[in-house]
Design a protein around this ligand. Sequence first.
Ligand SMILES: Cc1cc2nc3c(=O)[nH]c(=O)nc-3n(C[C@H](O)[C@H](O)[C@H](O)COP(=O)(O)OP(=O)(O)OC[C@H]3O[C@@H](n4cnc5c(N)ncnc54)[C@H](O)[C@@H]3O)c2cc1C
Length: 379
Amino acid sequence: MCGRACQFIKPDYPALEQAVHGRVRGIADEMFFGPFQAMHRARMARPKVGAQWTGITTSLAARLLEQGKVDAVLTVVPDADDLWKPQPALITDPADMVRARGMRMGYSPLLALLEEARARGFTRLGVVGIPCQIYALRALEAELGFERLFVIGTPCSDNTTTENFHKFLALLDEDPDTITYLEFRADYKVELRYRDGRQRLIPFLSLPISDLPSDFFPMTCRTCVDYTNALADITVGYMGGEGEQWLIVRNDRGAEMLDALGDDIVLSAVGTGGKRAGAVKGFIANTALAAGGLPLRRMPDWLRPVVSWIQPRFGPKGLEFARARLEMKAAETVLHLRRAMPAKMKNMVPDHVWDIAAPYDLVAQEGERDPNEAAPRDI
Ligand SMILES: Cc1cc2nc3c(=O)[nH]c(=O)nc-3n(C[C@H](O)[C@H](O)[C@H](O)COP(=O)(O)OP(=O)(O)OC[C@H]3O[C@@H](n4cnc5c(N)ncnc54)[C@H](O)[C@@H]3O)c2cc1C
């Protein structure tokens, strides 16, 4: 079923947004982030130990179980032998959501357990997933026939095999097995945490990205058109959060889940700052120049610490940072598909991606856009 519901064949975001949210995305920020009722900066009043940020995602899911709104939550937990490897799980006891905390790099056949969920007679389900998992879930939702679904999504920029991810960790540290946490933060730094409690911050520009093989991230991730998980009921990320978490409440089910956390969650207004155009243009030039695979950074070594100092202070912040990342992702989609799989473009690139990329002169060439689709919108 996933083979035909897959986002990377011919996604139909307008139809699924209509089905899930009752309307398609509008203009301005919805063009970037998908349909939403509200956005917030947020944190759990008491951050959860072992969570990726403060544990909003697993707390929303635990509350669904506590309140008896769902029979089970479908999510991933670490593999017994490898903490970085995601393993799908159906969780029925709210206390067990602790096991799911944290981000793992790797693909996981999350939706395979929908069969088990049906076999066990679960009719109301919570699902936590990244965008490609949630797209397929939504494409199959009517067919699956669950009574109620509550969908908590996280954004996802790129994923890779857990095996590849271990190689990346080995480039970052002599003793990679002691690393227990990694996050690409909104202040242009990667944060590492270690078994002994140490923390290390590495500026993006100092990352060994150019040492990675060109197929480190698969073509699917590099051409993904749903960074912010537009078909979730609520998206829990960090990109627009300026150091806190970032919530996108998309519909009434998302609002219901957030309300259920009551005073356990602290909300504030999302902010924005800086200008993104320069950063996005630089990224696009880099991506276009790269002969294939990952964009190579050719900045001289002496300049890296200077730019690494400047970026968090003067680069785009909050929503402007999130918009910048969406524009970069849209440009990557167009440039990588144009280079590697041009015949697929008319099926795989939805209107909203062309709209996001248009200010950077990335417009559809002959044969790249389905002639039945709408003309570019003015955003
Ligand atoms: C591969 C990947 C890339 C991401 N990239 C971004 C990004 O670019 N920008 C951004 O804002 N956020 C991104 N996120 C989400 C972010 O890392 C946090 O997970 C999110 O902000 C929630 O934090 P939390 O403390 O609320 O999560 P927690 O309460 O700790 O819960 C995390 C949840 O994520 C689930 N999870 C962990 N790994 C996976 C996986 N491989 N597949 C499916 N589900 C998983 C867990 O099962 C758990 O339910 C990414 C997540 C993943 C898995």
